[in-house]
Design a protein around this ligand. Structure first.
Ligand code: FES
Ligand code: FES
Length: 261
């Protein structure tokens, strides 16, 4: 996701905190009708009042309507992970700086930690879980596995979402355009070179065909080679790349886990 794509559809958490601050947090959130379906149903000039308590809302996530109850201050990232259990979208910086929480909003890559869940109403949200599964991966996910484009996997779902959105928008990007599309995604493990290779391999395979029309790729047969030079299956790899399963320490919850890495 390029840094210039971080503009938000309505009220960001940052602008909410700056503009409304403690007063709105205490008194509830008053909003002018905007993009969401619920907001559009309001008569012109009538403001929507939300909170301060939890509100029942409906979001369209990965093609399905999901009902949840959240306070207006909850981010889309928080709602996905805490309310809906979709932990494939990663929480890393929580301030719009790393891209790990990238999801698609109406096909555009956005940082879900910078969008309020209530502002996602009426939009199509796609998370890494909605892109593909370990059994039937999206072409970009399969290419990441083939090109070893992930290590710890924290940045990976966000990186995949940014690449997938870029290729959907332009099926034949140049190397520089792919770099630009992932400029907002930080990888501390330094997988950039392999990420670019993976993206370019999808360009070669799919040509000018829309990824949306293409069949998801079967899980690649690729195995990882151990340090001893022995080929080993990588059972966690396909789960990391599709966001399934609590493979990362921060995603493990329950007794004995403090939720920290
Ligand atoms: S967690 Fe959202 S940008 Fe880093
Ligand atoms: S694979 Fe570890 S941060 Fe990117």
């Amino acid at each position: 996701m390029s840094s210039d794509e971080r503009k938000l559809p309505a009220i960001s958490r940052g602008s909410f905190i700056k503009g409304a601050g403690a007063v709105a947090a205490a008194a509830g959130l008053v909003r002018v009708p905007g993009a969401s379906a619920e907001q559009k149903s309001l008569p012109a000039g009538v403001a929507e009042s939300l909170g301060p308590g939890a509100e029942a809302i409906e979001l369209k996530i990965n093609g399905q309507a999901s009902k949840l109850t959240v306070e207006p201050r909850v981010t889309l990232l928080g709602a996905l992970r805490e309310n809906l259990g979709l932990t494939g979208t990663k929480l890393v910086c929580d301030r719009g700086a790393c891209g790990a929480c990238t999801v698609h909003l109406d096909g555009r890559p956005v940082t879900s930690c910078m969008i309020l869940a209530v502002d996602a109403r009426g939009h199509e949200v796609t998370t890494i879980e909605g892109l593909g599964t370990p059994v039937r991966m999206h072409q970009v996910q399969a290419a990441f596995v083939e090109h070893d484009a992930l290590q710890c996997g924290f940045c990976t779902p966000g990186m995949v979402m940014s690449v997938a959105a870029a290729l959907e928008r332009n099926p034949k990007p140049t190397f520089d355009e792919i770099k630009h599309a992932t400029a907002g995604n930080i990888c501390r493990c330094g997988t950039y070179t392999h990420v670019f290779e993976a993206a370019l391999s999808v360009v070669k395979i799919s040509g000018s065909t829309s990824l949306a029309a293409a069949e998801p790729s079967p899980t690649p047969a690729k195995t990882m080679t151990s340090r001893a030079g022995v080929a080993e299956p990588s059972p966690n790899l396909s789960r990391k790349i599709t966001g399934e399963g609590p493979e990362l320490a921060r995603d493990i919850t329950g007794e004995g886990s403090d939720g920290e890495v």
